[in-house]
Design a protein around this ligand. Structure first.
Ligand SMILES: [Zn+2]
Length: 256
């Protein structure tokens, strides 16, 4: 009997018939993997308290013949991250990150950096190391970098003037151009764009380049949070091609 075991974070679970659940994990060793959890819906004893959103588990799965879905054999708790589910705002952000990864990752392609990023971000949320909005900026910026989609933040994407040499307090964050554009160049265009202070742009660059533990301790001003979220939450859907449903719920909650 062939199979595999790996650390895994639960991204999504859906009901399958009267008894079973289909559970999608972000695993450390195999990337995104969907498995069948037999009787997990009907019998509360099987996998009790384990198959909750955002839990980090160690799972053992059995491969099936003919390429159908592997069967979840055993699961044990690594980190419950139960504090996240105790708070509505934290739950919304964690659901957004899960939806992003569920939608973006391909089945069976290992992405250990993404796994470590999600694990860190969930832990920080669970332990209140940083506010949920701040952690969401960090998560999205690091995720974009790993995915090779990071925005250009060093210089104007049109005339190449360096950020520090642009004579203004703010620049335009231009989705189509994939990063910042100076005010002079932006005047000639009519694109989807946001105005962002140079301070916030520098903070986003810093998030991309430094150790995640140092980044997790970063403090943001109120306006940097707002600008950072606006930039990331516009940029990601633009490049992924759709707006995650959970992002709409978050926007409703915030009222902007
Ligand atoms: Zn320019």
């Amino acid at each position: 009997m062939s199979g595999f075991s790996t650390p895994a974070i639960l991204l999504r679970r859906i009901e399958h018939g009267d008894y079973d659940l289909i559970v999608t994990f972000l695993t450390r060793d195999r990337g995104k993997v969907s498995v069948m959890a037999k009787n997990a819906k009907k019998s509360r004893k099987r996998f009790t308290g384990l198959l909750e959103p955002f839990t980090a588990l160690n799972v053992v799965c059995r491969s099936t013949r003919g390429g159908s879905m592997p069967i979840l054999q055993e699961a044990s708790m690594q980190e419950p991250f139960a504090n996240i589910r105790a708070g509505a705002v934290k739950t919304l952000y964690a659901a957004y990150w899960s939806e992003l990864l569920h939608g973006w990752m391909e089945e069976g392609k290992p992405q250990q950096r993404v796994y470590r990023l999600l694990y860190y971000a969930l832990g920080a949320l669970d332990q209140d190391l940083s506010g949920p909005a701040e952690m969401s900026i960090i998560f999205q910026m690091r995720f974009l970098t790993i995915a090779g989609l990071a925005p250009e933040l060093e210089a104007c994407g049109i005339c190449r003037t360096k950020l520090d040499e642009i004579p203004a307090h703010s620049v335009i964050f231009d989705l189509e151009k994939g990063g910042i554009v100076c005010n002079g160049c932006a005047a000639d265009t009519d694109r989807t764009r946001l105005r962002i202070s140079k301070g916030t742009i520098k903070q986003l660059s810093w998030i991309r380049e430094n150790d995640i533990r140092a980044v997790g301790r970063l403090r943001f001003t109120g306006s940097a949070v707002k600008e950072g979220l606006a930039a990331m939450e516009a940029f990601l859907p633009y490049y992924l091609g759709r707006r995650p449903r959970s992002l709409r719920v978050i926007a409703q909650m915030r009222g902007w």
